[in-house]
Design a protein around this ligand. Sequence first.
Ligand code: SF4
Ligand code: SF4
Length: 149
Amino acid sequence: MFGLIKGMGITLKNLAKPKVTYKYPHEPLEMPDRYRGIQHFDPEKCIVCNQCARICPTDCITLTGKKHPDPNKKGKIIDTYDINFEICILCDLCTEVCPTEAIIMTSNFELATYSRDDLFKNMKWLHENDQNIRQDNISSKPKPGGNQA
Ligand code: SF4
Ligand code: SF4
């Protein structure tokens, strides 16, 4: 009997406390701004310098460039840009090294799928992944010193 009363006391005490659980996935989880989530890619900002692919510890970025369509402009524009999320460890190095903020982190994290093929994300998909972009990156200007490849 004493055990029952003691248990009820604990239950009543905790009823008034704020909830520490979420109704995920019915309610979206809000992650902190510095969360390392799935990248957003902006083809307009990419200067095809290759720095993101070079620094990637798992070699999961594949990109190709093509000649700038405007003959008066030097350098390349991006043609294809893919990330293999089977092996991306969301380490943030690609976004840290990008001189133009073409690739930036979001706080999105949902990648669960039934097919491994679905984990290859192309330029269009990465560009459309434009929600919950890290605010730090939105306000920052392109950094000087980006090399053209
Ligand atoms: S987050 Fe890390 S592992 Fe993923 S693409 Fe960028 S550098 Fe590579
Ligand atoms: S580091 Fe940035 S600008 Fe350079 S290729 Fe990668 S995404 Fe493009």
